[in-house]
Design a protein around this ligand. Structure first.
Ligand code: FAD
Length: 301
């Protein structure tokens, strides 16, 4: 089969993988097998999400600790300030720093009531991610990634307000933005033009969501403000009970989106792995990428 990209483009590609902390022993086994598998792609970094309402600080910390101890993968910890005072935030940052974390994905987080509930900053806490970034910067010289929303955050009045918040995060010291997932590259390109016009020069890294299950994804996308184009319905039509064909289409879709972004000059991607390797592997193979020996997983090997 033909690869979608030429070797000159392939040589320029960089990517990161996002994981979430496992919620059971079975999921834990799955996560570590996935990390071992995906390490062969030599990501720039991997990141571990932080649970809603700060509920999974312990699982995030233990996952990050193990990544730092057993692999050579540069590891970022997501971190939210929802429901916490500044002192509590700083205590958690100390715990992560003591574990060896040098890179945070700094987020406001969603209210305990879930997406859609009104956000109430903790009275003694940080009101948004821009304030959190400033707080992290005051603690240490961390690498700091933040969120960006090509289709705007659901709470944002409009795209201008959204880009204004991104600008504040950058002014306070953010080094990179990772985007919410999206499927329309024209939307991303227009967003990027507006971001650059606002004087924001940090990398804006597209978040790529390989589609494990379109029905589930649509529910989730609605809450995130991500549009799922009708053409995806057409691609997945009739494949509900055909997992192998569905996986092949999903890899095609993700690889086509990435290849198109490369043609628009993008060479860095943040991939939402959902703690599963096969779809990522299939997608990357279609692009024409080849794996390196998985020597990055030092002690685990
Ligand atoms: P901010 O950057 O502070 O704000 C986002 C936008 O919302 C801004 O543009 C601003 O205009 C608008 N806004 C913010 N507050 C208000 C307000 N009070 N009124 C009106 N508009 C407002 N969540 C987790 O819980 N754990 C994670 O690990 C996690 N990882 C993520 C990773 C990525 C790459 C992304 C894109 C999101 C992630 N999230 C995570 C989700 C995130 O916490 C939610 O989207 C949350 O609602 C906003 O956090 P933020 O840091 O993007 O907010």
């Amino acid at each position: 089969s033909h690869s979608l990209l030429r070797s000159a483009d392939l040589a320029k590609l960089h990517f990161s993988f996002e994981f979430f902390p496992p919620k059971s022993e079975e999921m834990e086994g799955q996560l570590w097998a996935t990390i071992d598998d995906l390490a062969g792609w030599r990501p720039e970094f991997v990141s571990v999400t932080y649970g809603a309402g700060g509920s999974t600080r312990a699982p995030t910390l233990s996952t990050v600790r193990r990544l730092l101890a057993e692999t050579a993968l540069p590891t970022a910890s997501h971190f939210t300030c929802v429901g916490a005072s500044r002192d509590e935030v700083h205590q958690v940052v100390e715990d992560f720093r003591a574990a060896g974390v040098r890179h945070f994905v700094a987020l406001r987080g969603d209210p305990a009531g879930g997406v859609g509930a009104a956000y109430q900053p903790h009275p003694g806490g940080y009101a948004n991610a821009a304030e959190l970034v400033a707080g992290l910067r005051s603690i240490d010289d961390f690498e700091i990634s933040v969120s960006a929303y090509p289709e705007k955050h659901p709470e944002s009045r409009d795209t201008a307000a959204d880009i204004d918040m991104l600008k504040r995060k950058v002014d306070n010291g953010a080094n990179r933005a990772l985007t919410q997932f999206f499927f329309d590259n024209d939307v991303f390109e227009r967003y990027l033009e507006r971001v650059r016009a606002a004087g924001i020069t940090i990398p804006i890294v597209p978040g790529i969501m390989p589609i494990q299950n379109l029905t589930q994804l649509k529910r989730f996308a609605g809450a995130c403000g991500t549009t799922v184009p009708a053409r995806l319905d057409e691609r997945f039509e009739g494949l509900d009970d055909k997992p192998a064909e569905r996986a092949a289409v999903a890899a095609d879709v993700a690889a086509e989106q990435m290849a198109d972004l490369v043609r628009r000059g993008i060479h860095e991607f943040h991939v939402y792995s959902m703690n599963r390797a096969p779809l990522v592997n299939e997608t990357f193979a279609r692009l024409g990428l080849t794996r390196k020996v998985a020597e990055t997983t030092g002690a685990a090997a």
